[in-house]
Every structure is written in structure tokens, then in C-alpha cells.
Write a protein that binds this ligand. Sequence first.
Ligand code: 7TS
Length: 422
Amino acid sequence: MNKGAGVRPGAHGSPAPFDVEAVRRDFPVLHQQVHGHPLVYLDNAATTQKPRQVLEAIDQYYRTTNSNIHRGVHHLSQKATDAYEGARGRIAKFLGITSSAEAIFVRGATEGINLVASSYGRHHVGPGDEVIISAMEHHSNIVPWQMLCSERKASLRVVPMSDEGEADLDAYEELLSARTKIVAFSHVSNALGTINDVKRIVGAAHDHGIPVLLDGAQAAPHLPLDLEALGCDFYVISGHKLYGPTGIGLLYGREELLEAMPPYQGGGDMIKSVTFDVTTYNDLPHKFEAGTPDIAGVIGLGAAVDYLQGIGMEAIGAHEAKLLSYGTRALQQEPRVRLIGTAPNKAGVLSFLVEGVHPHDIGTILDRQGIAIRAGHHCAQPVMDRLGIPATARASLALYNTTAELDALLQGIRKVKEVFGT
Ligand code: 7TS
């Protein structure tokens, strides 16, 4: 556990209250001026900043340990292997996964979904079958299934959502049938912040014997997770949205399913033996980790989950919930501002429009004030189509954000209105 994290133990060893200023000191990048203003970083759904504990773990690894894993008898290789596998165990535990065999390192949520669509999908989805997704998915939880359906002559069925951004789970339950071969649903929507009722989604599919993949890219940074208790079959996360490095993510899969799935890629490390006639595959999780992996990335992600555990996901969730309700109230009270995504159960995201101003202009004017948000369709074009808007401006939250930063956002939005005379 990381003693340097933003919550320091209290006098009797119990966790001290959440101290956002202490947390902020752990993130070097936050302490800079942008266009003459202190940086206000509110683009955390795109990627989060990294605490020094993560930077130091990566630096230390390259300075003292760098070596290839699983194949050297020499000291450094063994040390690197221990660090890599040790991180796997800690990351798995953080997510509520008991067996490391079920925790596969991938490049990110995108690669995890592609792995399942390709390996599981190609072997279970055939002509006339159906794959169910929802109307609020990120493109990475749409396109791999579309590609699969097109190849296998299957159909993609889409669970509708309301104007507020809530999935219609009654309609979802109606869609489930003997033709459904897999359900793929976001846990938290990146464009709207909606937290989906994943217990119900998983339970209803399982009543029909259908496996469920959950896209947890936007859930893992905000919610405590216990994947085994949740009971889903596959779950994907991206390390870079969880205060870890880019290029690393994790796919959780139930062992029984992973065992039966063919490898996704062939190469070194995923084999037990190779001849020109026959290859036998390695045990899980290595069967799905062909080639030299992102060793430093795994070690960095291990440090990130240690950091988060040192603070506690409950404390992080409580801090972010306060920020979300503060920001929601501020934006809802602001004339000529429209909040997009008002589901009752939300995490981390404030998508909005300013009357008469294109979101890209909002983003540019805010940037001039040092405020980083994202403007666009957020890789969720069908969400924009459903709501009849081209794009939104999106402020997305992290554990290091403050109410003062949300005040700065509000002032920035007033400036946008002033510039556009609206
Ligand atoms: N799923 C969701 C729900 C996401 O928000 C994202 C990235 C992905 C999958 C893909 O993750 P990757 O790490 O494999 O790229 N979302 C965003 C975003 O909202 N802004 O930039 C990236």
C-alpha cells in the first residue's frame, strides 16, 4: 500500500479524511499555468493525470530492473517477472478478481473488447444470431461488434435510451432471446455519465444463459468494483483513465470461458511448445498475452491501483459525488446552459451545451482561460444522433478536482456567453 498517497493515516492508523490539496500535490502536471492561468484539468474521461508514485514506479523499473519477462534465468529478468506478475495480482485484487488467470493485460478497453469480439464472438456468433449493445456505447463497444456481425451474418440489436440518458432496461429484457449470443454494455457512459444498472443487465442475460461484457473504462476510476460479486463474464478497463500509463489495460474474463476461447494473437509467450506441425498454447492468462507486453505499463498501473487503494475508492467516490452535484447545480442554474445527461445515477461527467455556441468554440474559449475540457461527439456519435445534437462540451471529473475549479469552469462559461453575446 502506498504510504505517499493523498490520504495520510490518522493518529491511530485509521484513514484520515480525504484531503484534496494533499492529493493535488501528488500530481506534478497539475501545477502549471496555461495561457497565463492556473491549469484546470477537466478532461479526465479522455485520460487522467498520473501521480508521482506512478511516474516513480516506471522510472525505477527502467533504472533498476528493465529486462524481458518469463524467459530469462538471470536476476533482472526474474525481478522484472516478479514485478509484472506482482502487479497483476494487486490489480486483479483491486477489481475483485480472485484468480490472476482471469486477468489479462491488453492495450486498453478497446483491445479488450476486440479480443472478446474476435475470439469469443467468432466462435459463438453465427448467421441469424444477435448481439445486444446499448444506445450509449463508445465507438469501441460498437464497431468491433458491427464487424463481427457483418462477418458472421448476425444482427446488432440496440437497447434504446431516454432523453435523460437512461437505458431502457425493460426494452433490453424484451430483446433478450435464444438468438442473443452476447450482451455488451457500458458500466458508465463516457458522454453522459450514466451509471447503468449492471446487476440487472447481467442478471437478465444470465437468466437466458447469455454472457455479458461490461465496458468499465469510465467506471473503474469512480466506483469501487467487485467483478466476481457483479457476476459479469467479461469486463474491460483502460489503465490511462485510472491514473496509470497509456497503452495498458485489463480484460477480466471468467476462466471457464477464457479456457474455451482460441488465442487472439499468436507469438511468443502464449505457447507451451511449437513445431511446424503443432503448437500447444500456454495456460491462462498467458495464452492471451502474445509477445513482449508493456511491462513498465503494468508496473505503472500496479502503482496506480496501490495509490487509489491508499486513498480508498469509497472516499474518492464520495469526493467526486460532491463535485458532481455541485457542478450539476451550477450548470442547471446557469441561463442558456443545458446539461446533457441527467440520469439520476451518474458518475464523473458534466456534458453541456451553451445556447447558440458550438461546443468546439466553448472548448477553445475555455482553453484560453486554462480550462481543459473536451468538445465533440466523444466517440459516441449515436448518442449525439439520438439526442439530435452534433456535439457537446464535456467537463469530466477526477479525484484531484475541486469545487474552486468548477467555479472557474462556470466563470469560463460566462466568458463564452459574453464573447458570443448570448
Ligand atoms: N469505453 C469507454 C466507455 C470509453 O470512455 C473509452 C474512451 C473507451 C471505451 C476506449 O478506451 P481506450 O483507452 O481503449 O481508448 N473514452 C474516451 C473519451 O471519452 N474521450 O477520449 C477517450
